[in-house]
Design a protein around this ligand. Structure first.
Ligand code: B1M
Length: 213
């Protein structure tokens, strides 16, 4: 099974076909990381391009997103398999008004895979819910994701709420998502920005190392 078939089935929104193709690839020793990096992520990018060109609409996006989630569920144990020592507790969520959760889920899987405990609050998460969950769980890192330019203000509001809460000083905030940039992250007072899931892991390690000191 070649990676282009997995990608094609994802673009077509064929969840079962995507999973079957991913399983066949795994059986022929293609690593889970390669399936993710070279088939699933480019597939979602192509779906986004089709949407931007008005060739796909929301129902097609939903079908491909469902195929992506189903495939991620199959890959998750393999991506998480190499877990190390517990590295810290992270509260993660997509900011208020934003329903995109595939990128956030990937970041969560990679963090879990490198030994972090992740409390995933899901999507459309209000600033106060982030503060509450951070307190309840004694987390020292909060990860905020946003995919819409229109929800960037909610990201800023969430960072502000965390800074204003008692948890400020003990908790670091990292941000990411397609419209987020390093300069935006600095502007809103976040402690760090990661453009992708593997950079997010390195950033989380760095930020938690800095809180421990
Ligand atoms: Co929407 N959508 N969508 N969508 N959607 C985008 C984001 C868009 C760019 C499409 C386009 O126009 N080309 C566009 C946003 C334009 C903008 O704001 N600039 C858009 C739009 C407009 C919309 C709606 C408004 C459409 C409508 O209703 N008219 C609507 C909004 C709904 C809402 O949120 N309130 C909408 C809805 C949806 C669906 C629900 C149908 C579906 C989401 C399903 C789901 O997530 N369960 C969907 C999808 C699937 C997309 C695209 C096609 C794919 C997103 C995705 O999953 N990418 C997207 C186009 C695109 O991105 N090319 C699009 C794959 C994923 C692995 O990448 O999420 O970027 P990404 O995550 C990366 C990095 O960004 C980073 O690491 C990840 C892995 O490398 N990262 C972090 C992410 N979070 C991080 C956090 C970190 C660190 C790194 O630290 C905490």
């Amino acid at each position: 099974m070649d990676l282009s078939t997995i990608k094609q089935r994802l673009v077509e929104g064929d969840a079962q076909g995507t999973v079957d193709a991913a399983r066949e690839a795994l059986a022929s020793d293609i690593p889970a990381e390669a399936i993710l990096r070279d088939a699933l992520i480019p597939g979602m990018e192509e779906v986004g391009d089709l949407f931007a060109r008005n060739e796909y609409f929301v129902p097609e996006l939903l079908l491909s997103a469902r195929a992506m989630h189903t495939a991620l569920d199959v890959l998750r144990p393999l991506l998480v398999g190499g877990g190390y020592q517990p590295a810290g507790k992270v509260v993660m969520g997509t900011v208020q008004g934003d329903l995109h959760d595939i990128g956030k889920k990937l970041v969560a899987i990679m963090l879990e895979g490198t030994g972090f405990e992740v409390i995933d609050l899901g999507t459309n998460v209000a600033p106060e819910r982030f503060v509450e969950a951070t307190r309840e769980n004694g987390a020292t890192l909060v990860g905020l994701s946003a995919l819409l330019t229109t929800t960037l203000p909610a990201m800023e509001e969430t960072v502000r709420a965390i800074h204003q809460a008692e948890v400020a000083g003990e908790v670091r905030v990292m941000v990411g998502g397609a419209p987020v940039t390093d300069s935006f992250a600095r502007q809103i007072g976040a402690d760090g920005y990661a453009p992708d899931a593997s950079t997010a892991v390195a950033l989380a390690r760095r930020l938690l190392g800095s809180t421990a000191g």
